[in-house]
Write a protein that binds this ligand. Structure first.
Ligand code: C2O
Ligand code: CU
Ligand code: CU
Length: 430
């Protein structure tokens, strides 16, 4: 903490090398280390002032994905830090416990900077949620950051697809999936239940998380906080930028594999295949001890934040058409503000994918609930949602606690090649 009592995380963005596959040296970027970044923890009520230093050869930013904060602290494309420069935003954390993350957001290069390894978890803790779920970090509360990558024989990274050459429709799809930077990882499990905080930090790949023997597990949280109650299921999809917290119950001595099944992308057969819909990956082997320490029982209910209330009568819905690298027919322009929302209101947003290609949709500084009949694991507060081809998704959106008529927040597709190609707009809270 600094003299003013603010929590200061020192974060240096740097280059490095990582042995992602045995015997191969890969150039990577990381935060404080060579690849990915440290897990940051912030408690509700904390005043924070992370100090970001850019030791990279390129200008970049650091965005706090899922955080409700003043637009000046958001770290979007307007907050470029030049090579050798530093940036220290500050804000007060005031939102429910959640698994958030941070990553760069330089317009036009986000896909490269994230893919090189600039990403990390940002956990918000809240007393209301303490004691109910496993919470020994690294023991029974474990980060699972998923990033796919094709590593060539010489260790170089194959970035085919990242610029839409040939038949690429979603951007880069790597041949291997790395978990926290490790290929084929094994997690020793010492307790009856383990909580996995899974982040999809991939450019374009959608996962469908499942256990190899088909057994069910519990989903306890999504992007922006806990679900109202644990949801028992045998699979859960996760598109780029989304997070999910899983509670997996293991038996003594067993080996249990977390994998990604071929995801249902809702596209036609050809586009489904081109977007990774046929791909299956082994992600993480859970290796349970012969004697397991007891875990808290799966709670019947969780102290979730209330759902976003419906907008006041008379407030028109807002429509977003996801088109060919556009939103509502326009490509990103950092000089254009698309609309203003009044502080303290909620709005109904209708997001329609007019394409045959899968998209998703993320809003900065906002939490939303997904409307209509949705699967139970989508009923919590979220900030990113998958929008299948031809589908319309309805969101009830709440806009944080900060107004600034001059500084915008972003909304965009979180398939990073789509975002970089212009599927992004800006709004202000007034
Ligand atoms: Cu995770 Cu605007 O981004
Ligand atoms: Cu964001
Ligand atoms: Cu998209």
């Amino acid at each position: 903490r600094d003299d003013a009592g603010r929590l200061v995380h020192e974060l240096t963005l740097r280059t490095g090398t990582t042995e992602l596959l045995p015997g191969r040296t890969t150039d990577t970027w990381g935060v404080n280390g060579a690849y990915l970044g440290p897990t940051l923890r912030m408690r509700r009520g904390d005043r924070v002032a992370p100090l970001v230093r850019n030791a990279l050869p390129q200008a970049t930013t650091l965005h706090w994905h899922g955080m409700e904060l003043p637009a000046a602290a958001d770290g979007g494309p307007h907050h470029l830090v030049p090579p050798g420069g530093r940036w220290q935003p500050s804000w007060r954390v005031d939102q429910p416990a959640a698994t958030l993350w941070y990553h760069p957001h330089p317009h036009g290069s986000t896909r490269h900077h994230v893919h090189r390894g600039l990403a990390g978890l940002l956990l918000v803790d809240d007393d209301r949620a303490t004691g109910l779920l496993p919470e020994r970090y690294g023991v029974d509360d474990v980060p699972v950051i998923l990033q796919d990558r094709t590593v060539r024989e010489d260790g170089g990274t194959d970035t085919a697809g990242i610029d839409f050459a040939g038949t690429d429709i979603v951007g880069l799809l790597g041949e291997d999936v790395f978990v926290n930077g490790t290929w084929g990882p094994v997690l020793r499990v010492t307790s009856e239940r383990v909580r996995l905080r899974v982040l999809n930090a991939s450019n374009a790949r959608v996962y469908d998380l499942a256990l190899a023997d088909g057994r069910s597990f519990h989903v306890v949280a999504s992007d922006a906080g806990l679900l109202p109650a644990p949801v028992e299921t045998d699979h859960v999809p996760l598109s780029p930028g989304e997070r999910v917290e899983l509670l997996v119950t293991v038996r003594p001595g067993e080996r249990l594999l977390l994998l990604s099944r071929p995801p249902d992308l809702g596209a036609n057969v050809l586009y489904d295949r081109l977007a990774g819909g046929d791909d299956e990956f082994h992600l993480l082997l859970l290796a349970a001890d012969d004697r397991l320490t007891p875990s808290p029982p799966v709670p019947a209910a969780l102290p979730a934040a209330p759902p976003v209330p419906t907008p006041p009568p008379g407030r028109p819905d807002r429509h977003f058409e996801l088109g060919d690298f556009t939103i509502n027919g326009r490509t990103a322009d950092l000089g254009r503000i698309d609309f203003a929302v009044p502080l303290g209101t909620t709005e109904r947003w209708r997001i329609r994918n007019t394409q045959g290609v899968p998209h998703n949709f993320h809003v900065h500084n906002a939490a939303f609930t997904v409307g209509g009949t949705v699967p139970p694991e989508l009923r919590g507060r979220k900030d990113t949602v998958f929008v299948p081809p031809g589908a319309e998704v309805t969101l009830l959106v709440a806009f944080g606690q900060h107004a600034d008529p001059a500084r915008p927040y972003m909304f965009h597709c979180h398939l990073l090649a789509h975002e970089d190609a212009g599927m992004m707009g800006q709004y202000v809270v007034v």
